[in-house]
Design a protein around this ligand. Structure first.
Ligand code: DGL
Length: 284
């Protein structure tokens, strides 16, 4: 971090510069929502790769290439930091992205892993995520770095992403499928469940109901916004200017289907998102 900090100081980043946030599609809006709540002065440029979602079933090489293009796009806005608001991209691409950037970049996995390692009481932690994130073992590795005495049980839940994308947030079909995925985690008596995919906080109440009161749900989106706020404060990069009346703090870009994105975004973020622009991300 100190090395990054030195590079940042040389770059003279501005507090009022925007934060770049990206995801494979709409799921990263759960992270944006938390950033808006926790650090409301910040300007945000969001990119959702709606043309190429899902990332969770793609190879590391492909997800890294997509992520690099998106970072190049976000850098055109002189962002002061980048948030990889996608668990799959955090698992597969964050290390590579970090090596080539001279601004700070954070993913969603570490903050979620840290919280889970802190809150577990019986040392049994479940992680639900895409096939890619579970296959990468990244949550297991991070949590075990922090606490050797825990056991982590990963479960890929690929059908939950399309259900959320279809807006079936409170629906018997989502209930049934979630129950099938979660039964084995209930049977092995986990006391902490990481929602390791950016879409899952949107069905948090369904997941919580199925797991029961004894299980703490960890939302990496919330933890990431907290870590981002701390990091910006430590680097003296928090935006001190309050929002201007009528000012446009938030800009949204996608690679396809901007209108569908706007409808979805408005259903989960209450800030009246008026538009999103489609951009040819392969050209970056
Ligand atoms: N945003 C992805 C994640 O958090 C889920 C959707 C996808 O597979 O692209 O892993």
């Amino acid at each position: 971090m100190n090395e990054t900090k030195n590079r940042i100081n040389q770059n003279n980043l501005h507090r009022a510069a925007p934060i770049g946030v990206f995801d494979s599609g709409v799921g990263g809006l759960t992270v944006v929502r938390e950033i808006m709540r926790q650090i409301p002065n910040e300007n945000i440029i969001y990119f959702g790769d709606t043309a190429r979602v899902p990332y969770g079933s793609k190879s590391q090489e492909t997800v890294t290439r997509f992520s690099e293009q998106i970072v190049r796009f976000l850098m055109t806005f002189q962002v002061k930091t980048i948030v990889v608001a996608c668990n799959t991209a955090s698992a597969y691409a964050l290390d590579t992205l970090e090596k080539n950037l001279d601004i700070p970049i954070i993913g969603v996995v570490k903050p979620g892993a840290k919280m889970a390692a802190e809150v577990t009481r019986n040392g049994r932690i479940g992680v639900i995520a895409t096939e890619a994130t579970i296959g990468s073992q990244i949550y297991t590795d991070y949590i075990r770095e922090l606490n050797k005495n825990v056991t982590i049980y990963g479960k890929a839940c690929p059908l939950l992403v399309p259900l959320v994308e279809e807006g079936l947030l409170e629906d018997p079909v989502t209930d049934e499928i979630a129950r099938r995925y979660l039964t084995e985690l209930i049977d092995i008596n986990i006391d902490t469940l990481i929602l390791g995919c950016t879409h899952y906080p949107l069905i948090r109440s369904t997941l919580g109901r199925i797991m029961g009161n004894g299980v703490t749900l960890v939302n990496p989106a919330y933890e990431t916004a907290r870590e981002l706020r701390n990091m910006l404060a430590e680097m003296d990069l928090l935006n001190l200017e309050p929002p201007r009346l009528g000012g446009n703090r938030y800009q949204f870009y996608v690679s396809d289907k901007a209108e569908k994105f706007v409808t979805f975004a408005n259903s989960i973020i209450k800030y009246g998102i008026l538009s999103a622009r489609t951009i040819p991300i392969e050209q970056y």
